[in-house]
Design a protein around this ligand. Structure first.
Ligand code: IVH
Length: 698
């Protein structure tokens, strides 16, 4: 190689060499990206490309101050375990909230009206669309030319399937007429029943394996590394929404669907505009009746508020729009036999009974296990080994046991006795005072908990340490290499010992060390999720990160809340969607001294990046960016939720109580004590009009 620095291990680089390497890698990665994305003529394998990016990340982790403005780690295209490059979505691909009952659809419409401050009887026009049971895609067009295709992935980042999507005849390659310079069209890739059956027959005849259902077949076909294989599969698609668009020229959703068709995209012909909930529900009933006769799978109806100005005002809560809901069809049910019941111990010590079943097909998927939730549930349903049970599977959730057909119970079936000791470590397992959950008291002494906690810590949505799988964690734990989360970051000190282990070697140990080093700097939200605090999932972790900004600020606030500071507690509970239960779980975490030791220990090993401020949605500068606001009283023109969401979109943080740190108090009618407190502390008070002027026009 021309440049000697290219061969030097990351840990031996001098700062000068590191800077040169980062420059070389940025240029090389940019070149390979160009070859791959634009010319579709890659010169190196995905694995080699992967190695370039990994080295770049590892050098940046060791020398954060040398990270370049044009660093490849800030750009699209990380290559992946499965072989596809990653694509960061310019606009997140979100999911939908579900409704199962008619009443929940009425509630949805009520929420929309309340949010928009509309009179209770105002009709809301919706577009009702069949909810396709396929997999979602996003197709990007620049100046009318198809340039990029992606899967949904985790919503923020998907996989690059540009070549594969292009093999589907339904996808227009070039759009004619009036096309915005940037346009991302989203929809669903699926397979019809007749195509699925023909394809499965051919697969089996050729000695291959049959797919379980059309959805799996579509997913398996789309995610082929060789696009020629995808091309040979009978895939179709339907379009129904958009991502990034340089200029939105339509004013309603149904106008957008017409535009899609004019551009050449197929749109589900069953889609209809409906005038309000009553008509929406008629559409649902009608479709439910026609469902069995359709040649493709649908699992419900999606209702979308038709008016775009309303959609924009309604916005999003965590991962779903407030302006749409999925009304699901009832889940499918099947009957099978319980072969065994075992009790599993989770990361937080929770004991969960699981039924092992005679495999049965439910809704197109083979089910062999179902959760029995907890001690109370198993007692209430009186599920016994040998019983015939009805199982249900809805969407992607874990199959559930609905109930027992007691007339089929064998005479020798005994009632299940729930253990009062942990089946893994033998510690007493005790019932929580306020609920049906029994937990092992073994804490970190319990291998199940310690190991589950470590697996969670290194997992993809948490610290995301590449190549450190659950089997490795189990083996390292057993042999005493890791006991606590911070130990993961001390593994590089055991590089030689790891290299000598069975199944490892020099190269894989080096790779593991590089993967660990690459994660020594981590975003606050990932870090908070990785801690595995009960009830703090990815969404909550992100909210906490955005609210508190830095690890230090979060920790200080949590310690104050733990020590009885009501202001800190109110502030925590005022975060959108965080309620008393989450607040209590956080306080409980901070009450445990061992958790404090874990935090201290981790702080010594890691750099936790502050959260990037809650960015105003594409509006750039806003006078409220970074401001802390308290709302009080009733506003005339907008609901409290809308005020909150507008302020947040402008980059402000909403808190529950007034303090010296509050920038503004927004006071409506009948404001109460918060206004008095603001006056006392000299905090600036805004009336509704002044507030609206600052948040800007929607
Ligand atoms: S709209 C922001 N419309 O359902 C709203 N989704 O449960 C984006 N889906 O990830 C989704 N049919 O894969 C929309 N007519 C339809 C749909 C649909 C199927 C899927 C989609 C989405 C999932 C959410």
């Amino acid at each position: 190689m021309a440049d000697a620095a290219a061969d030097i291990p990351v840990e031996d680089l001098t700062p000068d060499q590191a800077a040169k390497e980062l420059e070389r890698l940025a240029a090389a990665i940019a070149r390979h990206d160009r070859l791959y994305y634009q010319d579709a003529a890659p010169e190196i394998s995905d694995a080699d490309y992967d190695a370039l990016r990994r080295r770049n990340t590892a050098i940046e982790a060791r020398f954060p101050h040398l990270k370049r403005a044009d660093s490849p780690s800030d750009r699209v295209g990380a290559p992946p375990a499965g072989g596809f490059r990653k694509v960061r979505h310019a606009v997140a691909m979100l999911s939908l909230d579900n409704a199962f009952e008619y009443q929940e659809v009425h509630d949805f419409a009520d929420r929309v009206r309340r949010f928009l401050s509309l009179a209770p009887d105002t009709p809301i026009p919706f577009v009702a669309e069949p909810k396709m049971d396929g997999l979602s895609f996003s197709a990007r067009y620049e100046d009318g030319v198809y340039v990029l295709g992606a899967t949904r992935g985790d919503g923020a980042e998907g996989e690059d399937i540009t070549a594969n999507l292009a093999t589907i005849d339904d996808l227009p390659r070039r759009l004619s007429g009036d096309v915005p310079p940037v346009l991302e069209v989203r929809g669903e890739v699926y397979m019809t029943h007749s195509d699925f059956e023909a394809m499965n027959r051919a697969q089996v005849e050729a000695g291959g394996r049959a797919f379980a259902n059309p959805r799996n077949a579509a997913a398996g076909s789309l995610r082929q590394l060789d696009p020629d294989v995808t091309a040979a599969r009978p895939l179709r698609l339907l379009a129904y929404s958009w991502g990034e668009v340089s200029a939105v020229t339509w004013e309603t959703h149904h106008a957008f669907l017409e535009q899609l068709q004019a551009w050449g995209f197929p749109v589900n012909p069953l889609t209809q505009r409906v005038e309000g909930v009553a008509e929406a529900l008629r559409f649902y009933d009608d479709l439910a009746e026609r469902r069995a006769g359709l040649d493709y799978d649908i699992d419900g109806v999606v209702y979308k508020v038709d008016r775009l100005d309303w959609q924009q005002r309604l916005g999003y809560v965590s991962r779903a729009p407030r302006w749409a809901i999925a009304h699901k069809f009832p889940a499918e049910v099947a009957t099978t036999r319980v072969e065994a019941i075992d009790v599993q111990v989770g990361r937080t010590g929770q004991l969960t009974p699981v039924a092992h079943l005679t495999p049965v097909t439910v809704g197109g998927v083979v089910v062999s296990r179902a959760t029995l939730h907890n001690e109370e549930e198993i007692r209430r349903k009186d599920v016994r080994v040998g019983d015939t049970v009805r199982v249900q599977r809805a969407g992607d959730v874990i199959p559930q046991v609905l109930g027992v057909e007691t007339d089929k119970r064998p005479d020798d079936a005994d009632a299940f006795v729930f253990p009062d000791h942990c089946p893994v470590c033998g510690s007493p397992a005790v019932r929580e005072a306020d609920g049906p959950i029994r937990r092992c008291t073994g804490g970190l002494f319990c291998p199940a908990q310690a190991v589950e906690r470590l697996k969670h810590f290194v997992g993809r949505a948490a610290m995301d340490i590449d190549g450190l799988g659950t089997k490795h964690i189990e083996a390292f734990w057993r042999d005493g290499l890791v006991a606590t989360p911070a130990d993961i970051f001390r593994l590089p000190g055991h590089r030689d010992a790891i290299a000598r282990r069975e199944g490892w070697g020099r190269k894989s140990a080096d790779n593991l060390v590089a993967a660990i080093e690459a994660r020594r700097e981590v975003a606050l939200d990932r870090f908070l999720f990785a801690l595995g605090i009960p009830r703090v999932g990815e969404v909550t972790a992100r909210l906490l990160a955005q609210h508190y900004g830095t690890l230090e600020a979060w920790r200080a606030a949590m310690e104050r809340a733990r020590d009885g500071d009501q202001g800190a507690r109110d502030d925590l509970e005022a975060i959108d969607t965080i309620g008393p239960a989450v607040a209590q779980a956080l306080v409980a975490f901070f009450e445990e001294p061992r958790n404090m030791a874990i935090l201290d220990d981790l702080a010594g090993e890691l750099t936790v990046r502050p959260a990037e401020g809650a960015a105003p949605a594409g509006t750039g500068e806003s006078p409220l960016d970074g401001a802390t606001i308290v709302l009080t009283g009733t506003l005339a023109g907008l609901s409290r939720d809308e005020a909150k969401s507008r302020a947040q979109a402008a980059g402000a943080r909403i808190t529950g109580s007034v303090s010296k740190k509050t920038d503004y108090v927004v006071a409506g009618a009948d404001p109460g004590s918060k206004l008095r407190k603001a006056r006392e502390l000299g905090v600036e008070v805004l009336d509704e009009e002044q507030f609206l002027a600052k948040v800007g026009s929607g």
